[in-house]
Design a binder for this molecule. Structure first.
Ligand SMILES: NC(=O)c1ccc[n+]([C@@H]2O[C@H](COP(=O)([O-])OP(=O)(O)OC[C@H]3O[C@@H](n4cnc5c(N)ncnc54)[C@H](OP(=O)(O)O)[C@@H]3O)[C@@H](O)[C@H]2O)c1
Length: 282
């Protein structure tokens, strides 16, 4: 008896990660952990054959190679995850214009604008995306900014991919460099703060591994509390601050070290640098 259409196995789409390094692997790891990967056939490319062999061993679920055009030709959705400086050369490389034609192109390259992407891949529908590495454990923060030709369905599909590895938000492209400095680079800044908190406790005699656990859980718990309650961080801070207590003494020390202004300027300078990444390739 012939099978009806609804009895046929669902067709999976192919997601091709071009330049599957640190961030590409974090996204793949999150997709695999979430189960979203089962809706996709995953393909990936890297720059070197030895790196491809190593990635194949680490992620046997992913079809890994070094031929970008061959991989993109098989793709339904392309995720560009090379360094920003390589983006133009990769997208305009041999066979790529034909392979990219008519495809949805998601770029996570910091500082590479929708204008640049559209000029290098004029026949693609483009969405600029800024994820971060906690995507690996499905705690990522991703901001998406669709280009003119991307459809509502394209944005839904892109959001589905990144929703499966954390939170997502859609913003106008003018915010993307600030987003890069805040949430894209943010895990590095958070690690410095975490490590400094642990160092202080180690100095006072706590074993290092205990200090790191306590600092990490404290930062995680506080961040979750801000997201869950929607309260301003200052209100939550005030609640911990007993008059003449140890917390206000610590807060005074932080202010003396100008921590607030240093952290704020850290984001500012990261955003400024992000806006210049990849611009010299024009
Ligand atoms: N890391 C983050 O936290 C983060 C966060 C948000 C956004 N991003 C963005 O993500 C992108 C990647 O950053 P990353 O930290 O993941 O960099 P990365 O670890 O250096 O990864 C880059 C990858 O690109 C591959 N590659 C190099 N040349 C290639 C080519 N011609 N064709 C195909 N693949 C090629 C490299 O392969 P080989 O190693 O074999 O050369 C490597 O696997 C950047 O544009 C960055 O702005 C990163």
């Amino acid at each position: 008896m012939p099978r009806r259409a609804c009895d046929l196995p669902a067709m999976t789409q192919r997601l091709s990660i071009v330049g599957c390094g640190t961030m590409g692997r974090a996204i793949v790891g999150g997709l695999l952990a979430s189960g979203e990967a089962s809706s996709w056939t995953l393909g990936a490319t890297v720059g070197h054959a030895d790196e491809a062999a190593q990635l194949r061993r680490a992620l046997p679920q992913v079809d890994v190679g070094v031929d970008n055009a061959a991989e993109v030709a098989r793709a339904d959705v392309v995720l560009l995850a090379t360094k920003p400086q390589a983006a133009g050369e990769v997208l305009t490389g041999h066979g790529m214009p034909e392979a990219l034609a008519g495809k949805l192109l998601l770029s996570i390259c910091a500082g590479i604008t929708l204008g640049q992407l559209s000029s290098w891949a004029p026949e693609s529908r483009v969405i600029r995306v800024m994820p971060n590495t906690p995507a690996l454990i499905r705690e990522g923060m991703t901001v998406l900014s669709p280009g003119d030709r991307a459809t509502a369905e394209d944005l839904d599909l892109a959001r589905r991919i990144f929703d499966s590895v954390g939170r997502t938000r859609v913003l106008d492209e003018k915010h993307l460099d600030v987003v890069t400095g805040l949430s894209g680079s943010g895990p590095a800044f958070a690690c410095v703060i975490l490590e400094a908190m642990a160092d202080g406790a180690v100095m006072m005699g706590l074993p290092r591994h205990v200090a790191i656990e306590l600092a990490a859980q404290t930062l995680q718990g506080t961040a979750r509390m801000v997201l869950a309650t929607g309260e301003h961080p200052a209100a939550l801070r005030d609640r911990v601050t007993t008059p003449a207590g140890c917390t206000i003494a610590g807060l005074f020390k932080m202010e003396e070290g100008r921590v607030r202004s240093t952290v704020a300027q850290t984001i500012q300078v990261a955003a400024q640098v992000a806006s210049g990444l990849g611009q010299s390739t024009d």
